[in-house]
Write a protein that binds this ligand. Structure first.
Ligand SMILES: C[S@@+](CC[C@H](N)C(=O)[O-])C[C@H]1O[C@@H](n2cnc3c(N)ncnc32)[C@H](O)[C@@H]1O
Length: 324
């Protein structure tokens, strides 16, 4: 049977994900593992097929890679893939102590200094990893770039809840990638770093409060903002190029669309926002006669982050300023 899109997960709400529900098995599967940046999924699919008792979740930022991976899946209910940026979303999607193992095969090393912050090991990755691993759980990183493995060993090994072993050269692995086999055949070197979580650790999540508010429902939920005024008429030309920044949240308003007229006018505003470097594109909808309401358009697939909230507040403020 060909895989259907049941292997692709579009998370939320709520967050964090319920891994036992995701596995489809009452009480969950005995093991839970994560792979970051699975590329075309060759390793991922073989690995999951060899471990039917383990739920394997893959995070991959490229839509094309997710599509290629899903095409490889014949029938595997224990493999779930999510298209997102692990740097921001790993800690948001998963509760503390979720994983027995986190694997990263051949991450992009981003060798130029100006790109160093794109490395998956940069920024808060050590904290995020220490949170989502179970105590005793292991992070495995395999790379053909030995300085990258050593850099990761220094960063992760220096964390209070993680312990890094010495890097190994050309380790025996039961499942390998095509690139790995080719590289070894050419007589080149592969380096593996193993890091173990030694004690409980947690990290702040930036989205969970918003999901809690949404779940409670009603007026004033996370992404609903009242302007206190009627909507402007005559369009939203004043939004052209408007943008904002609050801490690590940035947003910019792009095009807008108008529907209806006078009393039942609705505006849709295309918005791009970023939390750190985690970028999302969505529509904010503004509607209502006396006291207009700004909220996320129902068709926007978006994580509820501080930047999304800030953009809704900022739009409401600007609409109020230009109210009739
Ligand atoms: C060099 S490829 C390795 C692919 C695969 N693991 C392999 O060994 O063949 C690195 C992969 O990581 C993905 N990636 C890079 N940054 C990511 C991030 N922040 N979150 C999730 N995936 C990421 C890229 O899209 C790419 O598919």
């Amino acid at each position: 049977m060909k895989a259907d899109y049941g292997n692709i997960v579009y998370p939320g709400p709520p967050l964090p994900l319920d891994l036992s529900a995701l596995s489809g098995v009452r009480g969950g599967l005995p093991g839970t593992e994560l792979e970051i940046g699975f590329g075309n999924g060759e390793f991922t699919v073989q690995y999951a097929a060899a471990r039917p008792e383990t739920l394997l979740i893959g995070l991959e930022v490229s839509h094309a890679c997710v599509a290629r991976c899903v095409r490889r899946i014949k029938e595997l209910s224990n493999l779930k893939v999510i298209c997102t940026d692990a740097r921001f979303m790993m800690k948001e999607l998963f509760a503390d102590a979720s994983f027995d193992r986190v694997t990263m095969n051949f991450p992009c090393p981003w060798p130029k200094n100006r790109h160093a912050r794109r490395r998956v090991t940069a920024g808060g990755f050590a904290d995020d990893l220490a949170a989502v691993l179970k105590t005793g759980g292991v992070f495995e990183m395999v790379t053909d770039v030995d300085w990258y493995a050593e850099e990761a060993r220094q960063v992760l090994g220096g964390h209070e809840a993680l312990s890094a072993a010495e890097c190994e050269t050309n380790p025996e692995r039961t499942v390998t990638t095509k690139y790995e086999r080719k590289w070894l055949e050419m007589g080149k070197t592969i380096t593996r770093l193993l890091v173990t979580k030694t004690r409980p650790f947690t990290v702040e999540r930036k989205t969970w409060n918003f999901y809690d508010e949404e779940r409670e429902g009603g007026e004033g939920t996370a992404m609903h903002v009242r302007t206190g005024k009627p909507l402007p008429d005559g369009g939203l030309g004043f939004l052209a190029g408007a943008s904002g920044t609050r801490g690590e949240a940035h947003w910019v308003f792009k095009k807008y669309y108008t529907a209806g007229s006078d009393a039942d006018r609705t505006y849709l505003v295309e918005t791009v926002s970023a939390d750190d470097e985690f970028e999302q594109r969505y529509y904010l909808k503004a509607a209502g006669h006396e006291n207009a309401l700004v909220k996320l358009d129902g068709n926007s697939r978006v994580y509820l982050t501080p930047a999304v909230r800030c953009s809704a507040e900022d739009l409401a403020r600007r609409l109020a300023e230009h109210a009739v």
